[in-house]
Design a protein around this ligand. Sequence first.
Ligand code: AZF
Ligand code: CA
Length: 447
Amino acid sequence: MTQTPFPDDFLWGCATAAYQIEGSPLADGAGASIWQRFSHDPRLMAAKGDTGDVACDHYNRMADDVALMKELGLQAYRFSVAWGRVLPEGTGRVNQAGLGFYERLVDTLLANDIEPLCTLYHWDMPVALDDRGGWLNRDSADWFADYGRVLFDRLDGRVKKWVTLNEPWVVTDGGYLHGALAPGHRNMFEAPIASHNLMRAHGAAVKAYRETGKHEIGLVVNLEPKYAASDSPEDQAAQRRAEAYMNRQYLEPAIHGRYPPELKEIFGEAWPDWPAEDFALIQQPIDFIGVNYYTRNVTRADDSWPLNAGPVPQTQATHTTTGWEVFPQGLTDVLLWVKENYGDLPLYITENGAAFYDPPNAEGGRVDDPLRVDYLRKHIAAIGSAIEQGADVRGYMLWSFLDNLEWSLGYSKRFGIVHVNFETQARTPKNSARLYSQVIATNAATL
Ligand SMILES: OC[C@H]1NNC[C@@H](O)[C@@H]1O
Ligand SMILES: [Ca+2]
């Protein structure tokens, strides 16, 4: 049994997102989001009928959920704000009832010694703004900065760690290129524009934060390390394209004020010439990088895949119910990759976790989830290894606190360390929650 002690002030928490857990999407004057529209459209939503109308009913059960977080020993909780609750039309009029929910959430967390980490954008743009072009409209940077100012003014100080965007790659690739996610567009000319405006909005919000903010703000990116299938020039080039497209497309402009050259090669005529002043806006200094890690990709040249880069299935490995290879080493590798390419900014694992099969109801108040326990043990140890090798990792926000709406995949993909019976809304900590409580209590990974 090897013990890897973590730094004394390492922050252990869980992550969720508004549309995936709250329910009551239109309550108390909230404006509909693009996910309200998308999840109700059977032409677009893969898991037809699985909408966010109820989800985990967290909007009504928040106090009990925070009490459960406390019981499990969480030190932090990463949540997102539903933009439309606060600004029903996306800009202008503030809905005090909506803002009040998040203020109550933050105050309840603080009363339980749980540090709030607040994500401004976790995919749920108000439909009023999508109808004005959404992320395709260059005004989206101003809309987003104004939205940020409302939250900073009310909550900064109680919230000391802010996140502008969650996973801009998924927003763009899913929402504008492949159409699997809201707003469901399939257009390779739109994707770079949405992507670029998301990063302009990130920069505008960081700039707005610096006007009054006294604490920290960062960007959260999903990183999936790409391992070339062979040393052949074709596979090496495929790995470079895949890495540029998913892992460099957002960090490169945010940190270095440029795009990786492979993107023009990938998008060709669909890749605009960006105004130089955009990069000055995007490259606002940030205080940390949030890394969301789930799995890796072994990449080979394969023209049956976009980018002429396809995965080599790792049939020998354990896979999650979302089809992802369990590969803890990839978390160590990707943390060191960020340090090597983007310098010594503090890092947080802002999401990591796994969906494995769990029963729909927790017989006898127990849910035994050995595969998730194993996944968490190994990935937490992988962070310890990265820290030993010099990565400045400050915290871990496990995805997720509750089983929830896995977007277009619906409620069948259960990522929670706490089981939710969606018939009764009963919460039942899984064995993985008990493991996590031990990790937090000992501040160490045990393998
Ligand atoms: O797929 C699991 C998670 N990945 N990152 C974004 C979250 O909203 C997802 O549920
Ligand atoms: Ca649309």
